[in-house]
Design a protein around this ligand. Structure first.
Ligand code: NAD
Ligand code: DAU
Length: 333
């Protein structure tokens, strides 16, 4: 199979490319990535010489580029990981979110139609459903996004729905809970907190740290996307979750305990505007199809902490330059 992975130089996309190249020695992967601040070829250093892998620098907002890649490489399927993904950045400056997440996805849908591709997997998020106090989101829950990020993703997912209904395209949309694991850009809570603590810096916990997220190890997410690429029913939407819910303060306490640090390292800061209280997805539809998570939360989170401890070369340089400009804006410094 010839796969086009967009956004493959980011956190989840790079883990997916490595996973697929190991599992399917005959598959060829084309990685189209704009290399924004979040795109990083260091994430794929170990596979850059693989004969079945090719990196192409480019933008999914450029339709001609997407078409050219599909035409020249006999692409069978597209997996769209490319997006602007950080909620806080979307609050500071939404423009790129609308361009990449909505128009970029539209361009991919047009390519799937034009080249009659076998499958398109749109990697989306549980955030499109909004926020919960109790219960779980199902695939039938209404879209009630609360940030420019989640609204842009919701817009893209609705375009996918319309291309299924109108043009009968072979699209599968996924709504996943939060990922954690190696190679996550250190602006997101998990890598930010672990690396801050390693540097002797405090962790900025929003509000009272009571907001809750459901967590999936990134390799379990790779397994789910691989499963849906091959077994997902065209036109269907699938939630991806584990049932593992944690308050942000609980995650922080895990880090403090693992690193032998005191709660004095927590700094409670101003809350995120429109901060979603809780996400939790019902994944029974995906489980009935035959997928379930394999990684234990405690073990995989410990592995993740170890990875950041062992790979300072990877994150130290990221916490400078462009990152610092964002960090200063975010915290009004
Ligand atoms: P990331 O921010 O780490 O990586 C995004 C990648 O997309 C980067 O490599 C970036 O360079 C690339 N990109 C951005 N704009 C582009 C454009 N216009 N053209 C081509 N490439 C572009 O993101 P991530 O956390 O790995 O998330 C990947 C996908 O998974 C996103 O679609 C996101 O919405 C979804 N998702 C993420 C999570 C999570 O917890 N991280 C959870 C659910 C869903
Ligand atoms: O639910 C899936 C989504 O998860 C994805 O679609 C997004 O791309 C991804 O970024 C993530 O969004 P969150 O907002 O949940 O992730 P983030 O790591 O930014 O924040 C996790 C929680 O931690 C959230 O409640 C906000 C809080 N937080 C975050 C940061 C960056 C803090 O308390 N302090 C911080 O500095």
């Amino acid at each position: 199979m010839n796969l086009l992975v967009t956004g493959g130089a980011g956190f989840a996309g790079s883990n997916f490319i490595r996973y697929i190249l190991r599992k399917y020695p005959n598959y060829r992967i084309f990685n189209l990535d704009k290399l924004t601040y979040a795109g990083n070829l260091d994430n794929l250093k170990d596979i850059e010489g693989n004969a079945n892998y090719k990196f192409i620098k480019g933008d999914i907002v450029d339709q001609r580029m997407v078409f050219k890649i599909c035409r020249n490489n006999k692409i069978d399927a597209i997996l769209n990981y490319a997006a602007e993904t950080h909620v806080d950045r979307s609050i500071l400056d939404p423009a790129d979110f609308v361009k990449t997440d909505v128009i970029g996805t539209y361009n991919i849908l047009e390519a799937v139609k034009e080249f009659k591709l076998q499958k398109f997997v749109q990697i989306s998020t549980d955030e499109v459903y909004g926020s919960l106090t109790k219960g779980q989101f199902t695939e039938e829950s209404p879209f009630l996004p609360n940030s420019p990020y989640s609204a842009s993703k919701a817009g893209a997912d609705l375009l996918c729905r319309s291309y299924v209904k109108t043009y009968k395209l072979p699209v599968v949309v996924t709504h996943s809970c939060n990922f954690y694991g190696p190679y996550q850009y250190p602006e997101k809570m998990i890598p930010l907190f672990v690396t801050n603590l390693m540097e002797g810096k405090k962790v900025p916990l929003y509000g009272k740290g009571e907001n809750t997220r459901e967590w999936i190890y990134v390799l379990d997410h790779c397994r789910a996307i691989d499963f849906l690429l091959h077994k997902g029913v065209n036109g269907e939407v699938y939630n991806i979750g584990t049932g593992v819910e944690k308050k942000n303060i609980q995650i922080t306490q895990i880090f403090l305990a693992e690193l032998g640090l005191d709660k004095k390292m927590i700094e409670f800061v101003k809350d995120r505007p429109g901060h979603d209280w809780r996400y939790a997805v019902n994944s029974n539809k995906l489980k009935k199809l035959g997928w379930s998570p394999e990684y234990d939360f405690d073990d995989a989170m410990r592995e993740t902490i170890r990875w950041y401890q062992k790979n300072e070369w990877w994150w130290k340089k990221l916490k400078s330059g462009e990152y610092l400009k964002y960090y200063k804006k975010q915290y009004g410094l």
